[in-house]
Design a protein around this ligand. Structure first.
Ligand code: HEC
Length: 249
């Protein structure tokens, strides 16, 4: 949704042009991505996402930015999230393009692009789920669209009070599960399991479902999904209730 550009067009912005935009700089300490990369403290610089959107002419009615990654992981960045946290599109690490930095330090290249924050402070908490930074790495595409197109397909279809477990579970699933589980064109496909697939498990075996969300390796030693060890019983119950209410295919 960019002014003057057809919605089906992919538009390339040269790296040098991104570097010519106003840059912000920050130090990342113990970012979950960089702990994997054995680089606990690094300096990064890049463009603020909202600044980029403004400069390239993203339409005012676009209220969602989605970051697509090589491994089919996605980050959903609703406009409220962008306004609260000021995500930065990282262009350089310790003054170098990410690939050069990776080569010099014998790390995996987190590029072409990644997203980070100056100082992330959670802006909400639902049960034991705290608003979490969306930190995609190996990102290759930004999509400027609407929350309706990304959240519509996973919105509960019945009538549920806003403070019901189903709606709380929905809010958590939007921020967490949608990164790797998809419903049609909405959401990441990294897990290879659709929303309907995991909804079926929530109905068939709610205990195993909740165990999987909290600690996947407890259910399957070979599981690669990250656990959610801070989720307590009411939080797991809300997520389970939400998926149980979600229709199967
Ligand atoms: C970072 C990616 C990622 C996120 C986020 C994620 N999952 Fe997963 N999930 C996976 C992957 C990958 C698998 C496939 C099995 C494995 O390797 O763990 C999986 C498998 C599952 C399974 C088991 C499916 C089966 O076939 O047995 C369930 C249930 C599940 N996820 C639920 C959830 C729920 C609910 C959330 C949100 C609270 C969530 N996942 C968030 C990556 C993710």
């Amino acid at each position: 949704m960019i002014s003057g550009i057809s919605p089906t067009t992919h538009w390339f912005i040269p790296y040098q042009s991104l570097l010519s935009l106003p840059q912000v700089e920050t130090t990342i300490i113990e970012d979950v991505n960089f702990s994997e990369l054995h680089a606990p403290k690094i300096n990064v610089s890049g463009v603020e996402l909202s600044e980029l959107a403004h400069i390239i002419g993203v339409l005012a009615n676009s209220d969602m930015t989605t970051a697509l990654c090589i491994d089919r992981y996605q980050s959903q960045l609703p406009s409220e999230f962008v306004a609260a946290h000021h995500p930065i599109l990282v262009l350089k690490i310790n003054g170098l393009p990410t690939s050069q930095w990776a080569k010099q330090t014998k790390n995996e290249d987190p590029g072409p692009f990644l997203i980070t924050y100056l100082d992330f402070k959670p802006s909400f908490k639902i049960l034991a789920h705290q608003d979490m930074p969306q930190e995609p790495t190996e990102m290759f595409l930004l999509d400027f669209g609407t929350q309706n197109e990304h959240f519509g397909p996973i919105t509960p279809s019945g009538q549920f009070a806003s403070d019901s477990p189903v709606m709380k579970g929905f809010a958590i699933a939007k921020e967490n599960c949608l990164r790797c589980h998809n419903q049609g064109a909405a959401g990441g496909t990294k897990s290879g399991r659709t929303w309907s697939n995991i909804a079926a498990i929530a109905r068939r075996n709610p205990v195993e479902f909740a165990d999987y969300v909290r600690n996947p390796q407890k259910v399957d030693a070979k599981a690669t999904m990250p656990g959610n060890p801070t989720y307590d019983q009411p939080t797991l119950a809300a997520i389970t209730a939400y998926f149980q209410a979600f229709p199967s295919e």
